[in-house]
Design a protein around this ligand. Structure first.
Ligand code: NI
Length: 198
């Protein structure tokens, strides 16, 4: 290899490395900024299990641990709500004071405030059960990207089951997305992840 060829080759290599590292760097920057803009959540205007009107603004400054489901759900909802309750009990009292656990029904037709009151306290004494007009529930579920719908026609007794998304959301003090938990995650992992923020 001649000396001049070596110098040209080395220079070309350096330009290549600089170009490559700039692109990798820009790529990383783009990825990080997109993670910071996860478009989950939004305002709500619902009624709690005591019949009191509540909005997302009432929880400003607190973290919200939010799950959508229905009290007649045979399996997924009770499992997830138990996980939420157990995870909350693993936090210190100071950490727990910053979190509001919220169950939003996707079956307002049957889930009255009275029914929610007798249901949510099985999982945690701090848990709120929210219901409201179907149109408002649809709007909130859409903002949280939670699908729901009737799974079957009513049987002769008027019974039916619902299909629904099973992700639990952890929202920050400003109401924006902080983390989410898939169905089946352990209460230990949920508690550990929440504690990172608290
Ligand atoms: Ni369910």
């Amino acid at each position: 290899m001649s000396r001049i060829f070596f110098v040209v080759f080395a220079a070309a290599l350096m330009v290549g490395v600089v170009f490559l590292s700039r692109n990798v760097f820009n790529g990383d920057t783009a990825r990080v900024s997109s993670v910071g803009k996860i478009d989950i959540g939004g305002p709500f205007n619902l009624i709690d299990q005591n019949g009191k009107a509540v909005t997302d603004q009432d929880f400003k400054g607190k973290y919200m641990l939010i799950y959508f489901g229905y009290t007649f759900c045979p399996d997924v909802c009770p499992t997830t709500l138990s996980t939420m309750g157990d995870a909350l009990n693993m936090l210190t009292p100071e950490q727990m004071a910053k979190v509001v656990p919220i169950f939003i029904t996707i079956d307002p037709e049957r889930d009255t405030p009275e029914l929610l009151a007798s249901y949510v306290h099985n999982f945690h004494e701090k848990m709120l059960g929210l219901t409201g007009p179907l149109a408002e529930i649809k709007k909130v579920a859409k903002a949280y990207k939670v699908y729901f719908g009737k799974a079957n026609e009513d049987d002769p007794d008027g019974n039916y089951t619902m299909d629904h998304g099973s992700t639990t959301y952890f929202m920050g003090p400003d109401g924006t997305y902080a983390a989410h938990f898939s169905h089946g995650i352990s209460s230990q992992i949920m508690a550990k992840k929440m504690a990172e923020f608290l």
